[in-house]
Design a protein around this ligand. Structure first.
Ligand SMILES: [Ca+2]
Ligand SMILES: [Ca+2]
Length: 76
């Protein structure tokens, strides 16, 4: 959970739990996407039981939002 402006937000996409949303996380998501991962996968960020392009879009969007909020302090 992070404070952005006056709101606390839960961000998704840091799959390896290293406090950075970067290519390593996207690689994990892309691997599950390539393998048509279903069920309760870590990379299924929207909870619809399938890892697909929607999850990739969410993570990519969060990466962009957090980059702006923290001015690249920990988002690569
Ligand atoms: Ca990460
Ligand atoms: Ca999904």
């Amino acid at each position: 959970m992070v404070l952005i402006g006056s709101r606390y937000c839960i961000y998704t996409g840091n799959f390896n739990n290293d406090m950075i949303i970067d290519a390593d996380d996207l690689s994990l998501l892309e691997n599950d996407l390539y393998n048509y991962q279903t069920g309760d996968a870590l990379t299924n960020v929207n909870g619809d039981n399938i890892v697909d392009i929607d999850d990739l879009a969410i993570v990519d969007r969060w990466k962009t939002i957090l980059r702006g909020a923290f001015k690249d302090s920990f988002i690569k």
